[in-house]
Design a protein around this ligand. Sequence first.
Ligand code: FA5
Ligand code: MG
Length: 387
Amino acid sequence: TTYKRNWRQPVVSVLELGGVKIARDDVVRDDPTNNVPDAIFSKLGLQLHRRNQHPIGILKNAIYEYFDTNFSSKFDKFDDLCPIVSVKQNFDDVLVPPNHVSRSYNDTYYVDSQTVLRCHTSAHQAELLRNGHTHFLVTGDVYRRDSIDSTHYPVFHQMEGFRVFSPDEWEASGLDATSFAAEDLKKCLEGLARHLFGAVEMRWIDTYFPFTNPSFELEIYFKEKWLEVLGCGVTEQEILKTNGRPQNVAWAFGLGLERLAMVLFDIPDIRLFWSNDERFTSQFSSGQLGVKFKPFSKYPPCYKDMSFWINESFTENNLCEIVRGVAGDLVEEVSLIDNFTNKKGMTSHCYRIAYRSMERSLTDEEINNLQWNVREQVQSKLNVVLR
Ligand code: FA5
Ligand code: MG
């Protein structure tokens, strides 16, 4: 079946995952339907969520434990479904409208015009439902073109939860089906937060997803800010109808595992999850939730500003992709610090790039080289005019 994968470590030019071949971008640079850069290609198949000593794997196991001990019906667990999915699975099956921004090449990594690196684990909902699963958890690596800061990374991990109810369950409650499911969902996720964190300051926010109604986000107060850790809601009836459950009601959620792990282990920067530095990796062990990460000595950031006149095709995601391509995990944040339009209608942006290694001090020369390369590539690839 499509959710059995047969993975290998990234190889020279073609990676095969679950029977799908994907080529490196330097090999297929002329292919306008592929926008997967090498930095992303090299992360395919790493599966941090399947490492029991890694914070993401430890967290996954703790969430499994919550579902195993608090529910009478068993949740089926999947953590090895292929991250290369069809446009239909990623978008159509969960009712994402044809013109929705998330489908654009600016937001999503396309392998070809009909195939993407999944941008959420919701890509598997419909198929699992169709195959008869009514309680399930899907954990996996997901991919998004996105901005750069301490809580955003282009590859991260989600866990999808899905639960189907039958009429006798809500009829006994005296509530309508939707209110019943919404209440059960919130109780389930608040219970999960207590299981993981004990007491923690959190709040529910109303939001919108194409595949749920009503929809909510949960935020947790962390390092003086509200941090969005998950999205969820009552599944659109259309999805149940199309996939063989017209009489039922369901809820679904998608957890941001890095975000939850940051709160749980007090990890200050999302890049650390990819570190192979022993001073990071040795701090975590299987089954241990109580540990707080102890930062190794803090190295200073270095800021570089860059101003340019943008054109109509300029996007911040394209800029961020270039910066990551040059600096990799040495870039900590890219932020727009100035934005104005002159009398001739030309718009100027000034971006500040923060460079900082989590592992060592950077030299001036090294940073100047990075910045010089960024400027070069921004000019040649984005066709903007540097000021
Ligand atoms: C979704 O992906 C929905 N599929 C979630 C969902 C599932 C809703 C089922 C309803 C039903 P969203 O785009 O908000 O939603 O992402 C979910 C979580 O992933 C966010 O709350 C956040 O914790 C995390 N997240 C999003 N983008 C990033 C990123 N670039 N880096 C790290 N974590 C991220
Ligand atoms: Mg969100």
